[in-house]
Design a protein around this ligand. Structure first.
Ligand code: AP5
Ligand code: MG
Ligand code: ZN
Length: 213
C-alpha cells in the first residue's frame, strides 16, 4: 500500500503514522525526520536546510524531491510506505506522480489528519521528541515515564527547534499558503479521507487502521 499522511503542522501526523505503520508493517517515511537527522549529523544537506527549517519556511522543492525519490527506491520501500510531510507543494505532488508512474502504480490513499488551529499551538508548544529514535511525546498529554528520558530507547527527550510559538504561527501560514491547496488536488481524485484527531491519538489510529484494512 502506498499512503500519504497529510495535515497541518502539529495535527498529529507523526504520532498517528508511527502506530499505523507498525500495525501495517510499512516503512514510515517522514521528510521532516530525514531533514532533522541531516541537521543533527552536520552533513552538507543538513547545513543547507537548518536555517530554513528553523524559520518555519519550506526547503526547496528540488532538494526534497531528490531525497524522496531516492528513499522510495530503497529495497524496503518496494512493498509500499506511508509518506509523512511530503508532498507539501503542487510541484512536489506532480513529481511524486511522475516517480510513481515510472515505478508503476499510484497512491492508494491520502489520510488527512485534521485539528483546529487553536489546538495546534498547545500541542506543539508541549511537544517533546527523542533525539535518538524520534519517538514523540507531549509534556502534558503523553510525557515519558521519566522526564527527559525516552521510554523506548533511553535516549534524550528534547524540544524541537521550530516549536517556539512564533515559528509555529509561521508554519501554519506556510501550510495555508503552499500546502492546503493539495487537499483539492487529492479530493478531486477521490482518494482523500479526513480523520478528526481532536480525541485521543489511539482512537484516530484505530479508525485509520480500520479504514485501510
Ligand atoms: P515536519 O517535521 O513535517 O513538521 P510539520 O508538518 O510542521 O509537522 P509536525 O511534525 O510539526 O507535526 P505532526 O503533524 O507530525 O504532529 P505530531 O504527531 O508530532 O517538517 C518540519 C520542517 O521541515 C518544515 O517546516 C520544513 O522546513 C521542512 N520540510 C519537511 N518536509 C518538507 C517538504 N516536503 N518540503 C519542504 N520542506 C519540508 O504531534 C504534535 C504534538 O501533539 C505531539 O506532542 C503529540 O504527542 C501531540 N498529539 C498528537 N495527537 C494527539 C492527540 N490526539 N491528543 C493529544 N495530543 C496529541
Ligand atoms: Mg511530524
Ligand atoms: Zn528514543
Amino acid at each position: 500500500m502506498r499512503l500519504l499522511i497529510f495535515g497541518p503542522p502539529g495535527a498529529g501526523k507523526g504520532t498517528v503514522a508511527q502506530d499505523v505503520t507498525s500495525a501495517l508493517s510499512l516503512p514510515h517515511i517522514s521528510t521532516g525526520d530525514m531533514l532533522r537527522a541531516a541537521v543533527a549529523s552536520g552533513s552538507e544537506l543538513g547545513q543547507k536546510v537548518k536555517a530554513v527549517m528553523e524559520s518555519g519556511a519550506l526547503v526547496s522543492d528540488d532538494l526534497i524531491i531528490d531525497l524522496v525519490r531516492d528513499r522510495i527506491a530503497q529495497p524496503d520501500a518496494a512493498g509500499g510506505w506511508m509518506l509523512d510531510g511530503f508532498p507539501r507543494t503542487l510541484p512536489q505532488a506532480q513529481a511524486l506522480d511522475a516517480a510513481l508512474t515510472e515505478l508503476g502504480g499510484g497512491i492508494d490513499k491520502v489520510i488527512m489528519i485534521d485539528v483546529p488551529d487553536a489546538l495546534i499551538v498547545d500541542r506543539l508548544s508541549g511537544r517533546r521528541v527523542c533525539k535518538a529514535c524520534g519517538a514523540g511525546y507531549h509534556a502534558t498529554f503523553s510525557p515519558p515515564s521519566t522526564e527527559g528520558v525516552c521510554d523506548k530507547c533511553g535516549g534524550e527527550v528534547i524540544q524541537r527547534a521550530d516549536d517556539s510559538s512564533e515559528t509555529v504561527l509561521k508554519r501554519l501560514g506556510t501550510y495555508a499558503d503552499q500546502t492546503a491547496p493539495l487537499i483539492r488536488f487529492y479530493e478531486s481524485r477521490g482518494i482523500l479521507e479526513r480523520f478528526d484527531n481532536t480525541g485521543s491519538a489511539q482512537d484516530t489510529v484505530a479508525k485509520v487502521v480500520a479504514a485501510l484494512s
